[in-house]
Design a protein around this ligand. Structure first.
Ligand SMILES: [Zn+2]
Length: 510
């Protein structure tokens, strides 16, 4: 199958900096023998003697939307205007953030929660000011990653207000892999800066509560509403030339600042490196770009092709891809992670790439690409219902192999799933499992077995019709387990109760 022309370039438009590229020590270039990864955990082939470790004021500023006035995006969506001045040499950033928020919570609000993941790191987040118009607001920590804004002029239901936040980020160094700590994505290494969950955001309000959760020891805990983004990035005080991967394609102005715009997205992330090589291709007019380190050129190309294949397949099976681009970035740490319009793929997979699709590089590229549907397009409460996206993305790997490499489906079931003899209820929260392996085995692996059994029980047509309905009906929403399961029930006359009792704690007790 032709996935379009691959363009090899030695440079890209998103280059900024003064002078020459500084030398890198390269000491972090190759994967150590550690074997952890958030998505999978194991980099080595199964062996009976090797136990895989899984590893990680004034109300004058309030504006009521006026019918007919020019709009940017959806007037009811929260909009973030972020101006970030990044100082790579100091590992710091100064940010001015304007949040335009429309109160859709069903009542007047004088307080708002803000999710501030950067505040989890020692001295990682410094407040400079928080204003509603000319009104100075106060902020109080509620959890390690959640603060409450107080002192707001009341915002009535349906009204819009603007908050202006100024703060400084002190980026943490990304620590080496550890068996006791969750992999860290946010921060810097010798040759990569990752700005993920880097700005305060207003969490979703659903069923009369704010969906906020503390971090777990493993798994993800954030719940993301869809919002609009305008982002301006300025890189200062650096002698290096930085290549920038982002959730959207950017444009550089005459002052050397990058401008990005993204609508209806779950988040906006960047990854920067002076060392990225870039390959790109197009699928259905969507730009797919692979950012990798030069020692991993063939793996960078393979990850690009797998992502392009997966994007084309899932667009047919689930629903059309809703962005103009997707970027995949070689992570300079042993972890993989999905974000809207961009995902990270562990450098460990690149280092182990053997020239075939029979390995984690291709498998996890298919998995992470599926998150653009099961995470970005249809979101879920990742802390309480992690199986909703993770089991679906793991099962999407199977769909990838059966469509492109059918001879490898048996291998996939053994190597990815059955080797681990997965056990456990699939519907626990990230706080419910005894450790990462127990979590992964139940949520990801048993989760994939559940979808296989469900497909067998209800048949091909019903299975794929329900998945497609789920992708389209819950696009832009935060789906619950019953939303998905009800769609499967609607597409079949089969009794699913016995099956559900095998996999779900919530059904087994009924
Ligand atoms: Zn995943």
């Amino acid at each position: 199958m032709n996935f379009g022309r691959v363009i090899r370039r030695n440079f890209i438009a998103l280059v900024i900096g003064l002078g020459v590229v500084a030398c890198q020590s390269g000491s972090d270039a190759l994967a150590p023998s550690t074997t952890r990864d958030t998505e999978i955990a194991t980099l080595l082939a199964p062996s009976p003697t090797v136990q895989m470790t899984m590893t990680f004021e004034l109300p004058t500023e309030e504006v009521t939307p006026t019918p007919g006035r020019p709009s940017f995006g959806d007037e009811t969506l929260t909009k973030y205007v972020l101006r970030i001045r990044l100082f790579p040499a100091q590992h710091q950033a100064e940010v001015e953030e304007v949040i335009r928020w429309v109160n859709d919570t069903g009542g007047a609000r004088e307080e708002l929660p803000l999710v501030i993941e950067a505040a989890r790191y020692p001295n990682g987040f410094e407040w400079l000011s928080a204003m509603q118009g000319e009104q100075t607001l106060t902020l109080e920590p509620e959890m390690v990653n959640v603060w409450k804004i107080k002192g707001m002029f009341p915002v009535a239901e349906g009204e819009m207000t603007e908050l202006t936040l100024n703060y400084r980020l002190n980026l943490p160094e990304i620590p080496p892999p550890s068996d006791t700590a969750k992999p860290q994505i946010y921060g810097y290494t010798l040759r990569q800066i990752n700005l993920v969950d880097w700005y305060p955001f207003i969490p979703p309000f659903k069923d009369n509560e704010w969906l906020v959760h503390p971090p777990g020891y493993f798994g993800e805990h954030q719940v993301y509403p869809v919002s609009d983004y305008e982002v301006v990035l300025e890189i200062l005080d650096s002698s290096r030339e930085w290549l920038v991967a982002a959730s959207a394609m950017g444009e550089m102005d005459s002052e050397g600042r990058f401008h990005f715009s993204l609508q209806r997205a779950r988040n906006f992330v960047f990854s920067l490196s002076p060392d990225y090589q870039i390959n790109e291709t197009t699928v259905n007019n969507i730009r797919v770009a692979s950012y990798y380190f030069k020692e991993n050129a063939s793996a960078g190309e393979a990850a690009l092709q797998a992502t392009a294949q997966a994007l084309e397949l899932y667009s047919k099976l689930f629903s059309p891809y809703s962005r103009a681009q997707l970027s995949l970035v070689e992570a300079d740490f042993l972890d993989g992670m999905e974000y809207d319009g961009l995902y990270f793929l562990s450098k460990g997979f690149y280092n182990l790439y053997d020239g075939t699709p029979q390995g984690y590089l291709t498998m996890i590229a298919a998995h992470e690409t599926a998150h653009q549907w099961w995470y970005s397009q249809v979101a879920n409460d990742q802390a309480l219902h992690p199986w909703l996206d993770e089991a679906l993305c793991t099962y999407s790997e199977r769909l990838f192999y059966e469509n492109y490499y059918p001879d490898l489906v048996t291998w996939w079931w053994f190597y990815r799933i059955n080797y681990y003899q997965p056990a456990g209820w699939i519907d626990g929260s990230i706080y419910d499992y005894a450790g990462y392996q127990a979590y992964r085995n139940a949520v990801y692996l048993r989760g994939a077995q559940f979808f296989e059994d469900l497909r067998q029980a209800i048949g091909e047509e019903a299975f794929f019709a329900a998945l497609s309905d789920y992708a389209q009906q819950y696009n832009g929403k935060i789906a619950s387990p019953s939303d998905l399961l009800d769609l499967f029930r609607r597409h079949t006359t089969s009794d699913l109760d016995t099956l559900l009792r095998q996999y779900f704690s919530s059904f087994s007790s009924q």
